[in-house]
Design a protein around this ligand. Structure first.
Ligand SMILES: [Zn+2]
Ligand SMILES: [Zn+2]
Length: 216
């Protein structure tokens, strides 16, 4: 059986359980699968679910896999809305593909990059990962908006998210482009960064569109 059918079933079980529904009938009614009977047999065979009375329950194995899928999906949604500024109603379809392809390592990087967000754009909890546990102790987000950068710090511009091509062109003519090393000189009354020998003032709205990674 295709992995995608199993993954979709595990995700559905997780979200139904979140809403407090365990009934097998509800699962059947909500599944888009072409053959729910066959699907459930396979899930049982792989020890991912068990049927108890009228309910369908995730086993520990099924729950572990579902948690990973949901985590990747909701982190992807968060990435698309937060960084690429897509609307939340348009991100779900793309995020739905991401959870099948993101590796564990990449997932941790995305999570860390986003600052270990507790919720997806729809307000649903993002299951925690190993990186989130370590976070409090030693890791800070790798990449932050210029507005969250500390005065005096040096960083490399990782990317600029701007809806305006004109502005991007103007930036790159001033040396503000992905890969440039900058130093944040001040935040108030306006943002001033140093690029090579030049100091450049930037509007706070625009500072939000510039993502930097600290360099040491
Ligand atoms: Zn969501
Ligand atoms: Zn994390």
């Amino acid at each position: 059986m295709e992995q995608e059918r199993i993954d979709e079933a595990l995700e559905l079980l997780w979200t139904l359980e979140e809403d407090g529904y365990l009934a097998f009938n509800r699962f059947k009614a909500n599944s888009d699968d072409i053959d729910v009977g066959e699907l459930v047999d396979e899930l049982k065979k792989q020890d991912m679910v068990l049927i108890k009375g009228d309910d369908i329950l995730l086993t520990d194995k099924g729950r572990g896999l579902a948690k990973g899928l949901i985590r990747r999906q909701r982190l992807a949604e968060q990435l698309f809305t937060e960084v690429f500024q897509l609307r939340e109603d348009s991100v779900q379809a793309d995020a739905c593909k991401m959870e099948h392809i993101l590796s564990e390592e990449l997932t941790e990087r995305v999570c860390t990059f986003l600052g270990h967000p507790p919720k997806c754009p729809h307000g649903k909890p993002i299951p925690r990962g190993e990186c989130c546990k370590k976070y409090k102790v030693d890791i800070e987000p790798l990449v932050v908006r210029l507005t969250d950068f500390e005065v005096g710090s040096r960083g490399r511009i990782v990317f600029i998210v701007s809806s305006e091509a004109l502005r991007l062109n103007k930036f790159s003519s001033m040396g503000i482009t992905a890969g440039s090393i900058i130093k944040l000189l001040q935040k108030r009354p306006s943002f001033v960064i140093q690029v090579e020998e030049t100091s450049i003032a930037i509007d706070p709205e625009i500072a939000k569109e510039i993502f930097v990674k600290r360099t040491v």
